[in-house]
Design a protein around this ligand. Sequence first.
Ligand SMILES: Nc1ncnc2c1ncn2[C@@H]1O[C@H](COP(=O)(O)OP(=O)(O)O)[C@@H](O)[C@H]1O
Ligand SMILES: Nc1ccn([C@H]2C[C@H](O)[C@@H](COP(=O)(O)OP(=O)(O)O)O2)c(=O)n1
Length: 228
Amino acid sequence: MENGAAQPVIVAIDGPSGTGKSSTSKAVAAQLGLSYLDTGAQYRAITWWMVTNGIDIDDPTAIAAVAGKPDIVSGTDPANPTITVDGTDVAAPIRTQEITSKVSAVSAVPEVRARITELQRSVAAGAEKGIVVEGRDIGTTVLPDADLKIFLTASAEARAARRSGELKGVDVHTTREALIRRDAADSSRKTSPLAKADDAVEVDTTELTLAQVIECVVTLVEEKRAAK
Ligand SMILES: Nc1ncnc2c1ncn2[C@@H]1O[C@H](COP(=O)(O)OP(=O)(O)O)[C@@H](O)[C@H]1O
Ligand SMILES: Nc1ccn([C@H]2C[C@H](O)[C@@H](COP(=O)(O)OP(=O)(O)O)O2)c(=O)n1
């Protein structure tokens, strides 16, 4: 590496629900002094706005017509990630089952994706030391020139067990079915589906602890940084 300040490093972490994207990305960003962006939270936030404003989420034309209206702001400190819509803190309401069940329909609308993708690129460009961005289409569409692309996977059983550990009172079977439905919707949409980029490193986390996944990604980032 040359003398002087380190070049910003851009890391894209994609994969389906429950593979460990958020936990891994936050920890990696915190350890390496990078910013962090949860793009799923942005899609949840725009879905929350649609629901709150009575937009019919089964009507893509109605969604497209207002996709530019909400002002979504993400705080990128991995120790305290925040998200607001028109100045309102929506960190809690975007995690309800209602929003989770509606987010795939809203995020499949091309006008929504165009709007959120633009936002994501401007956040990444503004991260002085670099950023870890997690989602479904970061390596393929949002930041195709990322320095490092990771695609996390895990069995449906492991993912459902992890998720139902968080959702008290919801059984593993129901969680597993909902998760498989959402994966199918996110993977089959026309615009920018959930997919592994050709140059992404695939990490199967089924048999790994979270600490092992974090260590693996930190090592890969450090190797990329050393080679820059
Ligand atoms: N490798 C792992 N082993 C066990 N539990 C994990 C692992 N990775 C993540 N978890 C747990 O699984 C849940 C979902 O992880 P999260 O990072 O939110 O996944 P994602 O962002 O991909 O949906 C969290 O409770 C997290 O602590
Ligand atoms: N880059 C992204 C990130 C999320 N989405 C959509 C599709 C996902 O089902 C929802 C919610 O994503 P989120 O990462 O919060 O979901 P999980 O926490 O992994 O269950 O947003 C997307 O379309 N593109």
